[in-house]
Design a protein around this ligand. Structure first.
Ligand SMILES: [Zn+2]
Ligand SMILES: [Zn+2]
Length: 258
């Protein structure tokens, strides 16, 4: 990592940035690794993202995995993490997982094995509010999407934060999380828009208008559905936000704050 000692800056590794399905090889499910000092928190762990995670750090050394909602493109590689912890390098280890109520039941049911999760994962039910994890502060807020869904702000002591939308059907839900100068990692499923009335997701114009109102420092875009043009999407965000805007790709590394 390139972080300087004593800095409040966060390191963000884009582990996966895909939506639920894609024709883009390597666009694995949502997974974003945030590190500060010796603390490592993973936001979501979607399909196919475990191998890249394991290439970045020892997954057993994660301080927590935080799951935004119970769609598999945001949590299904917890199965791989569980197997790694249980059967990988010995002795077996455990990792803390924070997620919406019902996460453990779903994974146990998928495997047809009660206690499947509990063998290696310490699963806690996520609630709105703030939580200290090592040198990081995690703030969770409910967003409109599917059942219990969350967006997050991650920050160190006093530095600017990273606000992650998870999947979100109403941009204004994220306003309570954003402080001016934060960086916004936002889903933009429907590209330049519009979002169909029955889809609880965001598009470029809604992300751009949120970013402008909330005065964020930079917009990082993700979770683009198949068939939408990234260039047109970025242009649609720029119509109401003058700061830097870019799509993230698995393998990208960003410094959040200075
Ligand atoms: Zn998703
Ligand atoms: Zn979703």
């Amino acid at each position: 990592m390139d972080q300087r000692a004593g800095s409040s800056a966060l390191n963000l590794d884009v582990v996966g940035a895909g939506p639920a399905f894609t024709d883009k090889p390597g666009a694995t499910g949502a997974a974003y690794l945030v590190r500060h000092d010796r603390t490592a928190v993973l936001l979501d762990l979607g399909q196919g993202s475990f191998p890249r995670l394991a290439g970045l750090l020892d997954p057993g050394a994660l301080d927590a995995v935080v799951v935004s909602h119970l769609h598999p493109d945001h949590f299904i590689d917890l199965v791989a993490l569980r197997h790694f912890l249980r059967w990988g390098p010995q002795p077996a280890r455990r990792v803390r997982v924070l997620g919406p109520a019902g996460l453990a039941d779903r994974m146990d049911a998928l495997h047809g094995e009660p206690g499947f999760c509990a063998a290696a994962l310490d699963i806690e039910v996520l609630e709105p509010g703030r939580l200290v994890i090592g040198s990081l502060m995690l703030e969770a807020a409910r967003v409109t999407h599917a059942g219990e869904s969350y967006g997050f702000r991650v920050t160190s002591a006093d530095g600017p934060g990273l606000v992650y939308s998870g999947d979100c059907g109403r941009a204004s839900d994220l306003e309570t999380l954003i402080h001016p100068g934060d960086e916004l990692l936002a889903e933009v499923s429907f590209g330049p828009g519009p979002v169909p009335p029955d889809a609880a997701h965001l598009d470029g114009p809604s992300v751009g208008s949120l970013a402008g109102r909330a005065r964020v420092a930079r917009v990082l875009l993700t979770h683009l559905l198949m068939g939408f043009d990234p260039g047109e999407t970025v242009a649609s965000v720029r119509r109401s936000f003058r700061g830097p805007v870019e799509f993230v790709t698995p393998g990208d590394r960003f410094t959040i704050g200075r």
